[in-house]
Design a protein around this ligand. Sequence first.
Ligand code: C2O
Ligand code: CU
Ligand code: CU
Length: 475
Amino acid sequence: MPILPILKPTGTTEGVTIYELAARKGTTSFLPGTSDETYGYNGKLLGPTIRLRRGEEVEIRIHNELDGGQVTNVHWHGMRRIAASADGPNNDIPPGGNFTSRFTVNQPAATLWYHPHWANTGFQIYKGLAAFLYIEDEHSDTLALPREYGVNDFPVIVQDKSFYPDGRLAYMTHPDEEDRMLGDHIFVNGVFNPYLEVPRGMVRLRLLNVSNARRYDFAFEDGRTFHLIASDGGFLPAPAAVTSVSLGGAERVELLVDFSRDAPDARVKLVSRAFETWPNERGPIVLVDGRPELSPNAVGNPFAVMELRVARPGSSAGIPRQLVEPDWPRESAARVTRTFRLNDTGKPTINGLRLDMKRIDADVKPGATEIWAVINEDENFPHTFHVHGIQARVMDRTIGGMPVPLFPMEAGPKDTVLVRPGETVRLLGHFDELTGLYMFHCHVLEHEDLGMMGTFLVAPPGQRPADPPAHGHGR
Ligand code: C2O
Ligand code: CU
Ligand code: CU
């Protein structure tokens, strides 16, 4: 498994660290003997991990070097306390153009990521534009956790892709792919069926699901217990022992897995276990001897993702008893409850509407705490709901009025949640003081591209701009 490089700063001026990112094209061989054009940040596929520290002031200079007339932009997924004006969705970068994003990192340690957020987000991410953004702080520095990048702390991006017989990437070509891309090959950090050499000790994996529409239920082939230590927005209060973890698109989880009792040359597979699916989630359909059939790697089927090979001595520091209590919003401070109805019968919509950048769907007071009740009205498809600019506490989940358990990783802060058919998920969010226009949307990338997205404006009452930004988001 290739380890994605760490982005080195190109300089500092007046205490501001400067980074350079270029979205560009390259050629990647996904399957033996074939190759295709792919996109990457500072490379041909995916991109470098940006590692920032809390309190750091940064300037990230983004260049659009994708030729062929493509607009792009870069969204800092999971980032809090930065002005909307420093984020991608409000700042399209024309072909050959630049955008400089300047902000101060002001949130707890977390595994975030970055990706385009334009009208064809699904295609650009599928072609390779996605990478990690880590935030470190005094807790991530001092907790007894593996933290050596690429040695015992590994970035793991999981994606699915499909191919034409000649090996070129196929995007939305199957008859069952009306509004979601499902691939039949699973890739880790851009490589099919890789192996990773790990120390014989405690290993930290940071899993990120960058699949357009697929969810996984990650587990180890031998069913071993592992510990979740962080979710989308940072650490859990304490490690949670589990044997599998379900991850929808854009969700992240950090886990600890102990190899100290394995044989010195043990091999253990990371798999996606079998799980129940809804009718519109099944797929993809592949041709077997010319006949359409469900892929062996169909959503919900069990399959291997990668192999971990114990290859060198390591140390087992044990599992910390405590991690960090998230800086939760207070429920008693919530004055506003809003409802968001997800529906994909016909066209994907939220509250019956598709995105209109000129329409403000929610007016939020700076510094407000709100409850957002997200309801999936679909019978046949689980959507993933994502909100920019906050890390929410999942308050509860109910199906048909009956409470159902939260996922174990929901003991930590979340920016993206799975909402199953008929389910209501209540999120408690604290909106920061920084004003601007933000969005919420389904993170199934094709749903997002079809406008299953809305806007919210954070502005003091009476200071609503007469006209929301006329440019941005390419719609
Ligand atoms: Cu990861 Cu609005 O997106
Ligand atoms: Cu986001
Ligand atoms: Cu959706």
